[in-house]
Design a protein around this ligand. Structure first.
Ligand code: UDP
Length: 313
């Protein structure tokens, strides 16, 4: 069994990765500066002697003593609201933070999987999105800080692979949801669920005709694990191809929550992509992976999580 470093280990996906790697018998070192991560996400892991947490900003330095077999580089603000509030930190962690993570992978001779995003496709002109599409990104718009940071992350990762022979993997992660999303993270799933559970108005941005495709975090983690242990250096889309409009999504969440909320319409954020759906042909072929958890089941499990959160709040 190996020793795995997870940057952003106290975040939503990062904390699920910590659990998964510990469950698979590995030693796990989680690094997080807790800017958008939360110690509560990993509190239950502290009793495990194979788990270590380092509160550290990886844009300053990233070093761990001893050998490393793998690095999962997941540190970054990931909600549009967060990267609007933290534009420079978002750019720094995607660029400088990624440089440090790749440098550490090289020094330790460890394989590294970097978290990229469907945002590299921007407001896509090709639908569904395949890995060979180069995207339609506004570099100077408010979302550009995230999109360009992640595009730089991909470029730097390929440069380390080609120049230094580092064993790299690039996951392009599409919309993912599940327990441990922050209640006030601003993304559509926590917003709609908390609004529905409190019988408050559900805020659909724009006319709600824009589409997204939502993947349950457990499915994503399975795909990420398979990608890490594969030998595929080129980007792989990971997401659930089940696509729906945001308006239909609002109604679905309201119904599943048994809520009396009404749906209201608010301004559409600048550069909000009109459509998004992963083409997962490559993931199916290379990893033998596809999502297993249905949208209804995943949403119900996530609603139960937010119900408990609201009760504890
Ligand atoms: N959205 C919405 N109401 C909300 C939050 C988000 O209608 O309260 C929309 C948002 O405009 C976007 C979609 O839901 O079209 C998904 O937004 P999210 O912030 O989750 O992430 P994105 O997919 O845009 O990165």
């Amino acid at each position: 069994m190996g020793r795995v470093l997870i940057t952003g280990g106290a975040g939503f996906i990062g904390s699920h990765l910590c659990e998964r790697f510990l469950g698979d018998g590995h030693e796990v070192i989680a690094v997080d500066n807790l800017l958008t991560g939360d110690r509560d996400n990993i509190a239950h892991l502290f009793v495990n002697p194979k788990f270590t947490f380092l509160e550290q900003d990886i844009t300053n330095y990233l070093y761990v003593a001893g050998p490393l077999d793998a690095i999962m580089h997941f540190a970054s603000p990931a909600s549009p609201v967060d990267y609007l509030e933290l534009p420079i930190q978002t750019l720094k962690v995607g660029s400088i933070g990624t440089h440090k993570a790749l440098g550490l992978a090289r020094a330790k001779n460890a394989r590294i999987l970097v978290a990229s995003t469907s945002e590299v496709y921007g407001d896509p002109l090709i639908h569904p999105q395949r890995e060979d599409y180069w995207g339609n990104v506004n570099p100077i718009g408010p979302r550009g800080v995230y999109d360009e940071a992640k595009r730089f992350l991909e470029a730097l990762t390929m440069a380390y692979h080609r120049t230094h022979g580092v064993n790299t993997r690039i996951a392009r992660i599409f919309n993912t949801y599940g327990p441990r999303m922050r209640m006030r993270d601003g993304r559509v799933v926590p917003n709609f669920m908390c609004q529905a559970l409190k019988d408050e108005a559900i805020t659909v941005y724009g006319d709600g005709s824009q589409t997204r495709s939502f993947c349950f975090v457990e499915d994503l983690v399975e795909g990420l694990t398979r990608l890490l242990w594969s030998d595929e250096p080129m980007p792989v889309n990971l997401g659930n191809p089940t696509e729906m409009s945001i308006h239909d999504f609002a109604v679905k969440i309201r119904d599943l929550a048994g809520s009396k909320s009404r749906v209201v319409f608010r301004d559409l954020p600048v550069d909000d992509p009109k459509v998004r759906q992963p083409d997962i042909t490559r993931a199916r072929r290379i990893l033998g992976w596809e999502p297993k958890v249905s949208l209804d089941e995943g949403l119900e499990r996530t609603i139960r999580f937010f119900q408990q959160k609201l009760k504890d709040a």
